[in-house]
Each structure stands twice: as C-alpha cells, then as structure tokens.
Design a protein around this ligand. Structure first.
Ligand code: FAD
Length: 319
C-alpha cells in the first residue's frame, strides 16, 4: 500500500483514474457498495475515497403531540469501509476525516484506528454543516478549520499525541490531502481569501488537493495557475461528476456552489427522457476528462456516488 503522492510520482506523468464513494445508508449491506466498486476496478484505480457523514437531527412526532429531536448518522462506517475495501480490492482507501462533530480526542482516536488498520492516507476536511443548521459550528474541544486538523495529524506524524505525558508514542505516517474550490468555497469572501487558506493548508502539511466538482474546465485551469503563482506546488486533482438527472441542474449548484455551463443546461433541458439526460451527462464529462488528461492532470477523480455505470462509460474511453 502506498501514499497518494507516491502513486502520482510512480505514474511519471500518466493520468491515473480514481473515484469517491459514499458509505451505504445505515441498514444497507456492504455488498451493494462492493457491487458499485467492482465494475470500475478494471481501470486500475490506485485509490478510492470514502466520504464521512456527520450526525443529523431528525424530528419525530410524539404520540402525545409535540416533536422529539433525535440525533442520527445515516451513513456511518467510513473507517470500517476503508479497511473492507483495502482487504477486498487491494487498493488504497482514503477516508475523509472531518472536524465537525469531533473533539480533538475523538480525532486522535480515529487516527489511531486508521493507523492500526494500515491506512496511511486521509483527506482532511472541515466538513459540511449539520443539514438542519445553515452554518458550520465547531464542536466544543474540536477544530474550526481543516488547517487545524492538519496540524493535529502532522503532530501525530511527529509522534506528538494530545497527552504530553505519554511515555511511548509511535509516530503515524499519514499522507494528507485537502479540498480545493476552483469556483470558490461558498463562505470565502473572494477567490484571494479562498486561495490564501488553501495555501495555508498546503504550507501546514497538505500534500495534494482534490477539487470540488466542476463542469467547465476553464475555472480549474485558472485555479491551478493561480495556485502555482502563489507557490502551491502540490498536485491538484480535478474532481468530476457526470450529471445523470435533470434535478441535478438545481441540486448541484445549491449544494456545491458551482456553475453549470449554459450549453450543458440547454442540452439537458431539451433531452426527451432520463436516458437521454444521462447520455448527455456522460458525453459532457468524457469531453471534460479528455481535455484534462491532454493537459496532463495527475488523476481524474470521479464522484461516483456509489453508482458505477456512468463513470464506467467515461473511464472506458480514457483508461
Ligand atoms: P476549510 O479549508 O476549513 O475552509 C472552510 C471555509 O473557511 C472556507 O471558506 C475558507 O476560506 C475559510 N477558512 C479556512 N481557514 C480559515 C481561517 N483560519 N480563518 C478564517 N476562515 C478560514 N464534507 C463532508 O462532510 N464529508 C466529506 O466526506 C466531504 N468530502 C469532500 C471532498 C472534497 C474533495 C471536497 C472538495 C469537499 C468535501 N466535503 C465533505 C465538503 C467540505 O467539508 C465542505 O466544503 C466544507 O464546508 C469546507 O471544508 P474544507 O475542508 O474545504 O474547509
């Protein structure tokens, strides 16, 4: 097993294929997930990312009236799934580690679990806000920003745990990835601010960047150039997603604060049925992928959402 930056270095400029999956919904079998991964293995991904989903609040009506607030996690299992993927498919699995909902102590314990399981890669993120809350709140005793999480991971890589009185501390050896936003994170005041904090994450120990999905390559190329101009030297992995339904034309911009080019919007709006929408999404994403590959991107990283069909059709044209 290797670090993501080692996979990239070993490829010597050849573009690699990778993808992201979501843990199954609570109660679903892991076989469902494996069935979504297996068809993509022929394209030899050196790594697969597994997202982390924090707790949500749900409200149940009490028999006597009124509402009861309950906390639930709909997609638990990120760490276990990473180990299961590595065991089953012999590829590296990259768990997403978030600040939200974690105290520093809990983060340390999660990192110890990952280390014991032989997982040496993590994507360090702040995490989304709780769905029913419109903004991110730091866990008391936790981290407010991904940059703080990176510092904790780097400390553990240096053998520094939270309890300074520990006599024996084994240094961990995590390769740390961070998130980047070619079209700006929705909370950043402007692109300068965005890039300032992305640079901070890299200066503190982020070894590669994975971008938010985008549907126009130009903002990605501009972003890479602006990162380079600022002295960010790490590989910048583009994240891509084939649109598969008309609904995504409104859902994706709302959730991910991104633009969808008018040509793609028009084509999808005039598609006669769901099958035609999916085909347009696949063709568009394949076109983006080809241009990015020709430009020499290190990896093409697909947000598969656990469904392999569309990504497989794109990968088959490229890998
Ligand atoms: P940060 O880098 O901490 O930035 C958050 C915001 O704060 C930005 O606007 C930034 O400009 C600003 N900022 C940063 N540092 C400072 C500072 N020191 N002072 C003031 N402002 C600052 N979410 C999940 O919950 N689970 C996942 O598995 C997941 N996977 C993702 C994978 C990728 C590739 C990407 C791109 C995103 C993913 N997300 C995931 C979403 C992500 O958690 C959200 O976009 C979140 O709102 C920001 O995370 P971040 O790590 O980019 O945050």
């Amino acid at each position: 097993m290797a670090k993501i930056i080692e996979h990239i270095a070993k490829a010597k400029g050849k573009t690699l294929f990778s993808f992201e999956i979501l843990p199954p919904l609570k109660g679903e079998s892991i076989d469902l997930l494996f069935n979504g991964i297996a068809p993509l293995m022929e394209f030899k991904p050196p790594f697969i990312d597994v997202t982390y989903h924090r707790e949500e609040f749900i409200y149940k009506t009490r028999p006597e009236g009124g509402l009861e607030k309950r906390i639930t996690r709909k997609r638990p299992g990120t760490v276990g799934i990473c180990a299961a993927i590595m065991n089953r498919f012999h590829v590296d699995a990259v768990p997403h580690l978030i600040c939200g909902g974690f105290t520093k102590e809990e983060t340390e314990n999660a990192l110890i679990d990952l280390d014991f399981l032989g997982i040496d890669n993590v994507l360090a993120l702040r995490g989304d806000h709780i769905k029913s809350e419109g903004f991110f709140t730091q866990e008391p005793g936790g981290h407010a920003y991904a940059s703080e999480l990176i510092v904790q991971i780097k400390d553990m890589n240096a053998g520094k745990y939270l309890d300074e009185e520990l006599r024996t501390t084994t240094p961990t050896d995590f390769c740390i990835g961070v998130a980047g936003y070619p079209e700006k994170h929705f909370e950043a005041a402007n692109m300068e601010t965005e890039l300032k904090f992305t640079k901070l994450k890299c200066d503190l120990g982020g070894e590669y960047i994975v971008t938010q999905m985008f549907f126009d390559n130009k903002p990605y190329f501009d972003y890479v150039k602006r990162c380079k101009d600022l002295g960010i030297e790490v590989p910048i992995i583009p994240g891509l997603k084939p649109i598969t339904s008309k609904k995504q034309l409104t859902v994706l911009p709302r959730i991910f604060a991104l633009d969808i080019p008018q040509d793609l919007v028009s084509a999808i709006e005039s598609a006669k049925d769901d099958k035609a929408v999916k085909q347009i999404g696949i063709e568009w994403c394949a076109m983006q992928s080809k241009e990015l590959m020709a430009a020499g991107v290190p990896v093409l990283h697909y947000y598969s959402m656990g469904k392999s069909d569309a990504v497989k059709q794109i990968a088959a044209q490229l890998f």
